[in-house]
Ligand binder design. Structure first.
Ligand SMILES: [Zn+2]
Ligand SMILES: [Zn+2]
Length: 347
């Protein structure tokens, strides 16, 4: 393990070299532990461990795989603790790379699990009837967006619901203080990436644990998901706007590397979406009366549209849809309705 108060340099270098960063002591009593995510281009999730008088608290827990569990257990050992010392785990949001190991961790250590109510409410859809109903809803949505049947057929793989039968020990809301002696942490609700996404802020120590709300390099996926936020990008932009007025400090994200400049990064992400909006309006100018699917083929992505897996294509079309909803709210475009729904610029 290395001890560093130098903002993210070691992590950034590890990111550039494509290797897993080391376990780092970021502050006295605060460590970052990279936990691998098998077969995922983000490669790892950064778990944070905070010393308590009687053990440890974690922020996020990592992907549910044997390799990830070993990395978490070994990383905790490097901090001089044992996994059974974990008393509390605050989860930024209900995605498998953040929440996945939570049930196992609770079983082993008795840790209390805490999450926002809006994400906690999504736990545990797991009976075959639930899955069949979800599949139907998702297929209907994708068809309405104009996606071809080929990419609908495989949507079932996205439907693995987390936390079957699980419930949270602590439900956090916006502004809830976390009961962690020695720290001054409070939950800040930042909906957008998920309905109940939380960041955790410690003003006394100048720290912001940003989850997936803000990452240093990439823009988090914001898409319309049936049964979740109706206009997720609108909510995300509001969350970013609120983030710009937070006191500055070090950002400890769940992926990539630590950085400084909370307001600057929030503004960059807002600008990024404005560029996307402009691109979509231009694409619709050239091809009026298009579906979300058609538009998504004519805007730029980090990899060529034709080379994306079905799963990425589903994310891309839902992300395009999230942008269309905001543009329609602003009056730049309008929906012509229909099945699938078509969109066109307003004159
Ligand atoms: Zn996420
Ligand atoms: Zn993530």
């Amino acid at each position: 393990m290395i001890v560093t108060e130098d903002v993210g340099t070691v992590q950034r270098e590890a990111w550039a070299r494509g290797v897993l960063p080391p376990v780092e002591q970021v502050r006295p009593g605060l460590w970052s532990i990279p936990v691998p995510m098998p077969r995922n281009p983000l490669r790892y999730v950064l778990i944070y461990a905070l010393a308590l008088p009687d053990g440890l608290a974690l922020i996020d827990v990592g992907w549910d795989s044997e390799e990830s569990w070993r990395a978490l257990v070994d990383g905790i050992a490097e901090t001089g603790h044992h996994v059974t010392d974990v008393r509390y785990a605050a989860i930024t949001h209900l995605h498998p790379d953040h929440f996945g190991l939570a049930p196992r961790l609770r079983e082993v250590s008795g840790a209390a699990l805490a999450m926002h109510g809006a994400d906690a409410a999504l736990l545990g859809h797991h009976s075959p009837t639930d899955v069949a109903e979800d599949e139907q809803t998702w297929n209907t949505q994708l068809a309405q967006l104009g996606a071809p049947t080929g990419i609908l057929a495989a949507a079932r793989v996205d439907l693995v619901r987390l936390g079957a039968g699980e419930s949270m020990d602590v439900v956090l809301g916006d502004g809830t203080a976390l009961d962690l002696p020695g720290w001054d942490l409070r939950a800040v609700w930042t909906p957008g990436h998920t309905p109940g996404h939380l960041t955790f802020v410690d003003d006394a120590h100048g720290l912001m644990f940003s989850g997936d709300h803000m990452l240093p390099r990439i823009s988090p996926n914001i898409s319309t998901v049936p049964g979740e936020l109706e206009n997720p990008l609108h909510r995300y932009l509001l969350s970013l706007h609120a983030t710009t007025s937070m006191p500055d400090g070090e950002v400890l994200p769940a992926h990539e590397y630590r950085f400084r400049g909370i307001a600057d990064r929030a503004r960059q992400l807002m600008d990024h979406h404005e560029e996307r909006f402009a691109e979509i309006v231009d694409a619709l100018g050239v091809r009026p009366e298009s579906t979300a699917w058609e538009i998504s083929q004519h805007i730029s992505w980090s990899r060529p549209f034709d080379s994306m897996s079905d799963r990425l294509l589903r994310l891309a079309v839902r992300e395009t849809h999230a942008h269309l909803l905001v543009l329609a709210d602003r009056g730049s475009i309008r929906s012509l309705g229909g099945h699938p729904e078509r969109w066109t610029p307003t004159p």
